[in-house]
Design a protein around this ligand. Structure first.
Ligand code: GTP
Ligand code: MG
Length: 195
């Protein structure tokens, strides 16, 4: 399940710093602290590749990682800064949004966005807006409920069904956990299908 290799490529705080488009890219988006960086690390099997933290708002840049899977061609995973964290100063939030939007709406090599949603919280306004917005700009969004290790087994399917209804999805979302590693094989398959 883990990658053959994975390495940091570069970070960007503004569009001029985005690397020249090359490899197909899959971005990981979601609320601050939802576990984007953790999921990248567990998915590729490299501890500490993407920086994680208990402090929401840890990832303030876009970070590119080159991933060589066991099978198939190399691609890049892009760790996006989290949204929806109220304690981040307003001016900083207002500079993030255009940065993320400029990446998501204007990146030819972008094949899809893994949208992480905390299984205990479900989709809120920000998630619904993100899905609507991605649809508008024509970028494929892959809904994933994460941190399911925190949810009793009996509550997982209902959480998936609720999200499906809420976002009007045609299929149930993937359920996964960076900690227990549940659902990661499915996520790998999905990512491989995108690139
Ligand atoms: P920002 O960079 O701030 O946007 O956060 P992030 O989305 O990258 O989250 P990060 O990976 O830094 O994880 C935030 C916290 O959630 C850390 O304390 C992680 O240990 C925890 N966490 C991440 N994934 C999981 C998971 O699957 N299950 C549980 N229980 N905790 C998780
Ligand atoms: Mg992060």
């Amino acid at each position: 399940m883990k990658a053959k290799s994975a390495e940091f490529i570069t970070s960007a705080v503004r569009p001029a710093q985005f690397p020249a488009p090359g490899l197909p890219e899959v971005a990981i988006a979601g609320r601050s602290n939802v576990g984007k960086s953790s999921l990248i690390n567990t998915l590729v099997g490299v501890v500490g590749l993407a920086r994680t933290s208990n402090t929401p708002g840890r990832t303030r840049l876009l970070n590119w990682f080159r991933v060589v899977p066991q099978k198939g061609p190399p691609f890049a995973l892009v760790d996006l800064p989290g949204y929806g964290y109220a304690r981040v100063p307003k001016d900083m939030r207002s500079s993030w949004r255009p940065l993320i939007e400029s990446y998501l709406s204007d990146r030819d090599v972008l094949r899809g966005v893994i949208c992480l949603i905390d299984a205990r919280r479900g989709a809120q306004n920000e998630e619904i807006e993100l899905f609507e917005w991605l649809e508008q700009v024509g970028v494929r969004a892959i809904p994933v409920l994460t941190k399911i290790d925190k949810l009793a087994k009996s509550k997982r399917k209902p959480a998936g069904a609720a999200l499906k209804r809420q976002l009007g999805l045609s299929r149930s979302p993937l359920l996964c956990s960076a900690h227990s590693k549940e659902g990661l094989a499915d996520l790998w398959r999905t990512v491989s299908g995108l690139v």
